[in-house]
Design a protein around this ligand. Structure first.
Ligand code: GRG
Length: 296
């Protein structure tokens, strides 16, 4: 196993423990809600956002306990977004991570509460990050996550997506939607990881921010490519699910080859943005490569 793969599986395993400890125990009243929260978060997912927190932390000698809390907070926001996105008024999906979605396994009211409670818990967890003597930095991190999750971040992107159903998007419009819907939380993951260690210069922070923005978009372009390839394999034809729903994707706008080229361009730009960090940026660079090369 490569050094990167080992790091990835160890980080994923340790995050599972951290999340299991930070989530309320399933027997705590109301146990149905707590059981559903644990079901939504634990035992599934690639943990890409926590991995980004930890890899970015390597740039700045970050404190492990701080990164654990930042990573758990971002993953809780991500899990809440998936629970709500799967519900009937949004994507109406019955399977997630190979398991019944929360509203199917429990019920719709519970799924709403799970999302709401996970979002609140995320901020409680981040507020407990051990940044002794740096209260201003902690407030900035809380603001960063709040903005990334809210109407000028992930929820805003989801709104643009919902209100645009049936409309023809241009590439810049699609890009704007994904920069918010998927990219905001990916960007926040990188910046929160960097917030857990030594301060960066303004120039370094801008470079890192550029890296994070490129990766947020690259993640989504690859997601569209993987969706298209899965649909093609299932249906035996090129008309994917999103095209059938008139939902534009990078593949529908650029073609499969064009979308793959776009992902490669974004990766190259992201790698270039890391160059000034030298050796310390190696983990983040490996993770960027993994995000673009991933198979699911
Ligand atoms: C409902 C407020 C609200 C927001 C929803 C992120 C999102 C916004 C919806 C998810 C829909 C979706 C499938 C978007 C594509 C990109 C994406 C976020 C994929 C899922 O993330 P992964 O691949 O999932 O990191 P795992 O399961 O590995 O955690």
């Amino acid at each position: 196993m490569s050094d990167f793969k080992l790091w990835m599986s160890q980080t994923q395993a340790s995050m599972e423990d951290v999340l299991a400890q930070l989530l309320p125990a399933a027997h705590h009243v109301p146990s149905r809600l707590h059981d559903a929260m644990r079901y939504a978060v634990l035992d599934g997912g690639k943990r890409v956002r926590p991995l980004l927190v930890f890899a970015a932390g390597e740039l700045v000698n970050a404190d492990v306990a701080c990164m654990q809390r930042a990573a758990a907070a971002v993953e809780m926001i991500h899990a809440y977004s998936l629970v709500h996105d799967d519900m009937p008024p949004m994507d109406n999906d019955s399977l997630r991570r190979g398991k019944p979605t929360v509203h199917v396994k429990y019920d719709e009211a519970t799924a709403l509460l799970v999302g709401d409670a996970l979002q609140a818990l995320a901020f409680e967890v981040l507020a407990g990050a051990p940044l002794q003597g740096r209260p201003q930095e902690l407030v900035q991190m809380l603001q960063l996550l709040a903005r990334a999750a809210g109407s000028q971040g992930m929820c805003g992107g989801q709104g643009i997506d919902l209100y645009g159903v049936g409309q023809a998007y241009t590439l810049p419009q699609l890009e704007m939607m994904h920069i918010l819907k998927t990219g905001a939380l990916i960007r926040a993951s990188v910046l929160l990881g960097a917030g857990c260690g030594d301060a960066l210069s303004d120039a370094q922070r801008q470079q890192l921010d550029h890296f994070a923005k490129c990766m947020g978009l690259a993640f989504q372009v690859v997601d569209d490519v993987l969706d298209e390839e899965a649909d093609t394999a299932t249906l035996g034809k090129t008309a994917g699910k999103d095209a059938a729903n008139h939902k534009p994707t990078y593949v529908s706008l650029l073609g499969l080859k064009g979308a793959k080229e776009k992902a490669a361009e974004l990766l190259a730009e992201a790698r270039a943005a890391l160059a000034p960090f030298g050796e310390r940026g190696q983990r983040l660079q490996q993770l960027a490569d993994y995000i673009v090369d991933r198979r699911h």
